[in-house]
Ligand binder design. Sequence first.
Ligand SMILES: O=C(O)COP(=O)(O)O
Ligand SMILES: [Mg+2]
Length: 223
Amino acid sequence: MTQSGLAVFDMDGTLLDSLPDIADCVREILASHGLPPVSDAAVRGMIGNGVHALVESLIRLTDPDGRAGLNATQTVSQFLSLYTPRATRLSRLFPGTEEALKTLRKHGWTLAVCTNKPEAAARHILDAFNLTPLFASIGAGDSFPARKPDPAHLLGTIALAGGQPASTVMIGDMMPDLLAARGSNVRSLFAAWGYGDPAFAREADASAVGMAEVPGKVMALLG
Ligand SMILES: O=C(O)COP(=O)(O)O
Ligand SMILES: [Mg+2]
């Protein structure tokens, strides 16, 4: 019998393919400043460090000399007001997500979400996909004073779920997920289906190519 524990999931690029809605909002912001659109591929690598980091990367890419007047603070507010109400218009759960979560629950695992997304958007998304009741805690990018890769974000999420780092596995697609896990003495599973560079797998304790592999790999990490 394998041990059960706490599985903490990142959101964007792990549970949810959020890129289409995020990229649409980014293009709408650029258009409102008379700037040309960017591709989904260009936006993909900007996701995972929170909305402030996304906006900073966007400004570096599209308005490096400040001529279009893209201001970071205003762009963050513009992004949040555009994105929060329509975060699930085009975004979809990655294939096999609900099944994987339910399998872990059936084996006695507690589940949590640790995302750098703001809490309002994260809760809106989990509600829209009827996933909220599956999670014991939701630690979002503005739920604590710290955000991934700061271990305090993951440790806060684990504490809220009533878990312990030694019996937790963090599943995520980007370096902030893997660094927060390492800094918290939590085992990590790299979500290779997400937005991260495949080389990030080296920084994790294990790697999965799709959600169908997650329950088995998560259980093996605590076994
Ligand atoms: O960058 C974001 O806003 C969210 O990213 P995460 O859900 O992958 O942490
Ligand atoms: Mg992510």
